[in-house]
Write a protein that binds this ligand. Structure first.
Ligand code: SF4
Length: 293
């Protein structure tokens, strides 16, 4: 006798989908193409990919491991939501506003992707998972590939299944969230970010063998904005813990454990440099003490 089996019906999205919310209009044309307009965008932005090649980003281009990154617009910069829930005095000095960050096309793409994250979450996650699988598939199985999803955000991607969906990718990020530090997943390494207000947590993480990034600046009368900022030295230790040069590569998963990742205060203008210093975000280098580089 034949038994009746229930057939699962997959609901297919009927494109185009139009979403209007918080002053923005999102049009999802297909699983791979969307247009975002309105809000803080002076003109409509087409989005056909979420991840960017590491080579095109000064943060990740020094990595020897093929790396891709996801660049959103930080904090509450799109006018609603907040992709950096723990950000305090890092907001003004955020690297998202340095280098190419203020270029309208760069900023527009980041804003549009962030709007998609909030207003078209299912589309966003499907697209992201697809791009991650495609990226992994480009390389042989033995080749390590890396992805940094929080280039300018602090989203707990492990809560959305993204990290577990791709065990063949090594993910890494920085965070200001004290509850997601270290080996958050076997394939996800997260470095805690000191911002001038979270010293006790930073030291606790270091004692536990996790890593902490600290931004340093050199007090000097010489020019230290733009490219010159990269020439600032780093101290050899911070709070008694060894400092390594975080500017040599962005590839944090290979760092030794229990060390400080020393970063230089990179500012496009003296105004943003001053904001990073006066807020306590960046730490002054005491040149009387041993210097790393
Ligand atoms: S948490 Fe990171 S990405 Fe967010 S504003 Fe601060 S420095 Fe920028």
């Amino acid at each position: 006798m034949k038994t009746k089996t229930k057939t699962k019906t997959k609901t297919k999205t009927a494109f185009p989908v139009v979403i209007e919310k918080n002053g923005y209009t999102v049009v999802l044309h297909s699983p791979s193409k969307a247009t975002v307009s309105g809000g803080r965008l002076p003109e409509a932005v087409n989005v056909s990919h979420l991840l960017g090649e590491g080579d095109a980003n000064p943060k990740t281009k020094k990595n020897k491991v093929p790396t891709m990154g996801l660049s959103l617009f930080p904090y509450n910069g799109i006018g609603f939501g907040n992709v950096c829930a723990f950000a305090k005095n890092c907001v003004v000095s955020c690297l998202a506003h340095q280098g190419q960050g203020p270029v309208p096309s760069v900023m527009g793409a980041r804003v549009a992707k962030t709007v998609l994250w909030y207003l078209a979450r299912e589309w966003f996650l499907r697209r992201l998972n697809h791009e991650l699988a495609t990226f992994r598939g480009k390389y042989g199985r033995r080749r390590t590939v890396g992805v940094r999803l929080n280039m300018f955000s602090d989203i707990p991607w492990e809560d959305y299944g993204v990290i577990d969906n791709h065990p063949g990718i090594t993910f890494y990020d920085y965070t200001k969230n004290p509850r997601r530090v270290g080996d958050v997943r076997p394939n996800y390494w997260v470095t805690f970010s000191y911002d001038g207000t979270n010293e006790a947590e930073a030291v606790r993480h270091l004692r536990e063998g996790k890593n902490v990034s600290v931004v340093f600046y050199l007090e000097t009368d010489e020019a230290v904005c733009g490219k010159a900022a990269h020439r600032q030295p780093l101290p050899a230790t911070w709070n008694g813990f060894e400092v390594i040069d975080g500017g040599a590569t962005d590839w944090r998963p290979s760092d030794p454990w229990g060390v400080v990742i020393g970063l230089r205060l990179l500012a496009r203008t003296y105004e943003s440099r001053e904001a990073g210093i006066s807020s306590g975000f960046a730490q002054k280098i005491d040149t009387r003490l041993p210097i790393l580089s």
